[in-house]
Design a protein around this ligand. Structure first.
Ligand code: ADP
Ligand code: ZN
Ligand code: ZN
Length: 732
């Protein structure tokens, strides 16, 4: 008899272990295949982790166990859905992040292959139907049929749907003159093809390349100022490594950076490049995944989850803009693509991880300085192009502002005008979308807040709705204060929509584009906007942090940061780092072409070190100051930080569990409590629930995880409670 040990699809700590089923089916089940099983009286999808041959009958075996086993015979795959290497990585991720193993498998696989019930309804393999002639015998055929037969004979690779005379074709097939055959289809096709001329690497670029190839380390940090030509180094390295018969995995932090990267690599590798990101349809994802799995692909480009691409024989994994926080997943499993990349690299012979950034995270830089990562540097822009000249405008100084605008200083307005007069382009950045930041009642002071998150709702002028930027809650703006009934409601603060409105008023003849995640709600909108701006189809681009990263706009000579200290008001150990990164990256968009660029930084905090060093593009200056503060406050990288989020419909239970957790951590003596959020209500599927976040920092990662595992064991026996553990949390 065969016993299958199966993980159940539900991501719940309490069932984070295999369950046994008896298998009596015909095909041979294999570890790594999916199977339908009965669990708590319902049909769910399971993932086989073990296949056991048992020398007993079912009843003997059940007697030994003391309970009855269900049968499960409906295998859902013919082959394991993950490579053995990815199965090992899944185990490591599950251990490191304390995440249920099944959640890791689910994160790794495309929708059609996930071990979940919903995968059953997702795209299957698509085929193209082709025609071929199998008999040239023309007897019994009408002239029309002969005509088509001869046409088919004379052409190769004819698709069935290309033939218009369907009924004649049917006759030829019935008459065994022609047969159909199927070929797996690749639903995704890259159409935005552009030719690039080969560039010769500069000396600096070549040195970096040679040092990478001629040394034997696992992780490399390429610290290169904006515009120093990091992309060209990636391309050259990938070319070299692929020519040695290996494959390459390239990660970018955001979908809107994939087309540009894709263009650069498609040009060289054609249909040997695959792309993986969330805007592909599930059919496209499935096809790309299978292509990679089958070994047809040399280079994969994608966002965070592409780190799980089933490539074999990987020689290089690149994380471009390694500092960007979207590389960390916020849901279980809360993995960071960088750590997964390193785990994967260890499984391949001589596979290296290359992290690239102009503003590396403090963690990465500290490791590079200590020699844990191999430190590579590109300190100059290509062709010795100068970094933009920058100017900080103090918004507290009334002399900088006049009646014409409360948002744009005199200096920034003048600079925009000069730039437009020279027919050059302007980028304006404000890291806040929407129109106003809150709606306030002038009678009673009430601020309209999200019913779920208790944070102010943001007014959006485009659709006249109030929106929560945390959970996505949307409501119509009321005409009266919900507290006192007053009609005097004011919109306070400003976001990117307001900036756009103001700019159109100030510069009525300029053409303006805006880019933020609202614009991005329509598929391809972002790509179209970026392309239009890069082609100089508009004079001014307004946007959130989305426009600060990676893009190469050669005609941009002015970058304006409308309110640079916005992020500093958010309480986080990382707010200075985030602010510095944003300023540096944004300024880096200016002066990348022939003409010199400049940047104007408006702020209420002109002396804050993240702004001063950001303006100077002085990464090392910033690093030294920030690392000193991190050390003083014992924040990462001097400690580790993690959070646990406790959720339940029962508020008392949430509080009780939060305090038990804190108590346990304190008692074990490893880990400081750095914060306990309030118990906050939220609504999911019309049910009211509560959640609390507890934040910890600690020195001993293993010891702390032991404590957490203990907590998981205790909590998973409690009903009505769910937890999320975020190891190495970014939000602290
Ligand atoms: P980074 O990613 O470091 O900000 P990019 O890779 O976007 O920089 O390069 C900046 C600009 O320099 C691009 O326009 C690119 O085409 C150009 N460039 C890069 N390498 C070379 C080279 N070897 N010769 C000429 N131009 C180059
Ligand atoms: Zn009121
Ligand atoms: Zn909300």
């Amino acid at each position: 008899m065969i016993i299958l040990n199966v993980l159940i699809e539900h991501v719940i700590y309490a069932i984070n272990r295999p369950f046994s089923y008896v298998y009596t089916g015909k095909e041979t089940p294999k570890v790594g295949e999916r199977i339908q099983v009965t669990f708590h009286n319902s049909q769910v999808v399971g993932y086989i982790t073990e296949v056991l041959e048992v020398d007993k009958t079912k009843s003997e075996y059940e007697e030994e166990l003391g309970y009855q086993l269900f049968e499960a015979n409906n295998l859902l795959d013919n082959e394991p859905i993950l490579t053995s290497e990815l199965r090992l990585v899944a185990n490591e991720i599950s251990k490191y992040y304390l995440a249920p193993l099944i959640s890791v498998y689910q994160a790794m696989l495309p929708p059609s292959l996930k071990p979940t019930s919903s995968s059953m309804k997702k795209a299957k393999i698509a085929y193209d139907i082709y025609l071929r002639v199998i008999s040239e015998d023309e007897s019994n055929l009408t002239p029309k049929q002969i005509e088509l037969l001869r046409l088919l004979k004379g052409s190769s690779e004819v698709k069935k749907n290309e033939i218009k005379s369907v009924s004649i074709l049917k006759k030829l097939i019935a008459n065994k003159n022609v047969e159909e055959y199927k070929v797996e289809k690749r639903r995704y096709s890259f159409t935005d093809i552009k030719e690039f001329k080969e560039l010769t690497l500069t000396n600096d670029q070549r040195n970096v390349k040679d040092e990478f190839l001629n040394t034997n380390d696992l992780v490399y940090l390429l610290e290169g100022v904006t515009g120093s030509g990091k992309t060209e180094v990636y391309i050259s390295l990938v070319k070299e490594i692929v020519s040695q018969g290996k494959t390459a995995l390239i990660l970018v932090p955001e979908i809107n950076l994939t087309p540009v990267m894709m263009q650069r690599f498609y040009h060289l590798f054609k249909d040997k490049v695959a792309i993986l990101h969330s805007e592909l349809t599930s059919g496209e994802k499935y096809d790309e995944y299978r292509k990679i799995l089958n070994g047809d692909i040399q280079v994969v480009i994608g966002t965070r989850s592409a780190v799980f691409a089933p490539l074999n024989n990987i020689g290089i994994i690149i994380l471009d803009e390694e500092h960007v926080e979207s590389y960390k997943q916020e849901n279980i499993p809360c993995y960071h693509a960088k750590d997964v990349a390193i785990m994967r690299a260890k499984h391949f012979e001589n596979c290296k991880v290359l992290l690239g950034s102009a503003t590396p995270t403090l963690e990465s830089e500290a490791r590079a300085l200590k020699g844990v990562y191999h430190h590579l540097k590109l300190l100059k822009r290509i062709n010795e192009r100068e970094l933009p000249e920058t100017e900080i405008i103090n918004l507290q100084d009334y002399r900088n502002i006049d009646y014409a605008s409360s948002i744009f200083s005199k200096r920034l307005r003048a600079a925009i005008k000069e730039t437009l007069d020279k027919k050059e382009q302007v980028v304006l950045l404000l890291n806040r979308r929407g129109y106003s930041t809150s709606v306030l009642c002038r009678e009673c002071g009430h601020v309209i807040k999200c019913p779920d998150c208790d944070i102010p709702l943001v007014y959006h002028s485009f659709d006249h709705m109030l929106k929560c930027h945390n959970c996505g809650h949307v409501e119509e703006q009321a005409h009266q204060c919900p507290e006192c009934g007053s009609k005097y409601l004011s919109r306070i603060g400003f976001g990117s929509e307001k900036i756009e409105e103001e700019i159109r008023k100030l510069f009525p003849t300029a053409s303006v584009l805006r880019l933020d995640s609202d614009v991005g709600k329509v598929k391809n909108n972002i790509a179209t906007t970026l392309k239009a701006f890069a082609n100089h189809e508009a004079d001014i681009l307004i946007g959130t942090q989305m426009i600060a990263k990676g893009h190469d706009f050669p005609d941009v000579t002015l970058v304006g940061l409308v309110l640079a200290d916005l992020g500093l008001s958010l309480p986080s150990a990382r707010s200075s780092e985030r602010t510095f990164q944003l300023i540096t990256q944004a300024i880096g968009r200016a002066g990348r072409g022939e003409k010199k660029g400049r940047a104007i930084i408006q702020t209420y905090m002109p002396t804050h070190y993240s702004i001063v060093y950001g303006a100077k593009q002085d990464y090392m200056g910033f690093y030294k100051e920030e690392i000193r503060i991190r050390k003083l406050q014992q924040n990462p990288p001097y400690t580790f930080a993690s959070t646990i989020t406790i959720t339940s419909k029962n508020e008392d239970l949430v509080n009780q569990v939060a305090y038990t957790t804190l108590d346990l951590v304190l008692r074990e003596g490893e880990g400081k409590i750095i914060g306990v959020g309030p118990s906050s209500p939220y609504v999911k599927k019309d049910v009211l629930g509560y959640r609390r976040v507890c934040m910890f920092k600690y020195k001993d990662q293993d010891k702390f995880k032991e404590i957490m595992q203990n907590i998981i064991n205790i909590l998973s026996k409690k009903n009505g409670i769910s937890i999320k553990i975020d190891i190495d949390a970014l939000d602290i």
